[in-house]
Design a protein around this ligand. Sequence first.
Ligand code: PFF
Ligand code: NA
Length: 450
Amino acid sequence: MRQISQHGEWSSRLAFILAATGSAVGLGNIWKFPYIAGENGGGAFVLIYLLCILIIGIPIMMAEIMLGRRGRQSPINSMRTLATEAKASRYWSWLGWLGVIAGFLILSYYSVIAGWAMAYVVRVASGVFEGATADGVSHIFATFVADPEKLLAWHSLFMIVTMLVVARGVKGLERTVKFLMPALLAILILLVGYAMERGAFEEGVSFLFKADFTKMTSEGVLTAMGHAFFTLSLGMGAIMVYGSYLPSKVSIGSTTMLIGLADTVVALLAGLAIFPIVFANSMEPASGPGLIFQTLPIAFGHMAYGSIFGTLFFILLVFAAWSSSISLIEPAVAWLVENKKMSRMRSCIWAGLVTWGVGIGTVLSFNLTADVTFFGKTFFDILDYLTANIMLPLGGVCIAVFAGWVMSEEDSVKELSLKRQWLYKTWLFLVKFISPLAVVIVFLKSIDVI
Ligand code: PFF
Ligand code: NA
């Protein structure tokens, strides 16, 4: 077994926590969580999502980090090595492939949305939102997404910046994340403060936390579960690849808890900032992917120094997206470097070009091809559904099954080195039975089999 990865190692536990938190906290928390919670009726959806984080997400994250650290290579090669070591089928390396493809597909649309955030940095800074009404803000958003050339330009810029950083190696990211997270948290708290003062705060809180299960569909449950994987960056090798750079003495359990907590706090704060604005302005919670771009500018347009805070907020959002997007493409790049013997630079150019190209489909799905649908879904909807609701949970279950059933207990005990026996037993029970069963049941229910 390799002692350290050929791509190097994190300098410390903190460095890993920062990078993994950077991967987890992103558009998923601030852009996606609020709008899917809005579309699925709030409270009950949020509760199911939190439950999924706790009993599926956390144990699988531990498993994924563990497999990465033992494999010490790109997910594809790590899985192959670990399977050989456990005398299991070589087909386990398919799991790595699934992840590489999911990463490509997610990044292709993630970059388009990150491009929106970039565009909003400029818009908010220009002061167009000062004193704006809800209608005005919605109009600005609608005009923006109707323009394919603009979306394409921002998408391209975001891809270039991302690939430049990946080309230099991901381990330079520690410093950025270290200042990013606290700053993002501070602005979110400021926004929640605004929502308390000027928004319909109680209505927002009760929408988010009052569970009404009659509003839940099995489709909604699948979305909540899929989002637990998406938001924690699980099921596709992103966290596995970061785990492969993790020094062997770091405790996986407590590190995972910290990352999960940070991710959840950011998502809930985003929800608490957004929904009071939605209700105070008689807007529709189910406004879809434009939700934050149609609500937060209202807050920035009316608070003191709003343009400054707003600019800062969208800059931070771009950085958060960027530290996530790096981890989306890292499994692919690590594999190209290992197996195709390409330089890191060349690997980045190829991976970046393909992702950028697929992203054009998403750009167009908000304007020119908005009416081209398949089962009522646009190109963007399909990519989102396929990756978050199917590929990530599927990858996650495979990781759980591998960690719980294929890897020997002797190895997993050693690798996790949890302080208490009952903690290990709980983890093992969750990855062996609960997570796989839960995912399978939710899958089957969503296609009406049970
Ligand atoms: N966790 C990221 C977010 O919430 O924005 C998105 C993501 C990053 C998903 C990396 C998957 C991944 F591998
Ligand atoms: Na997240």
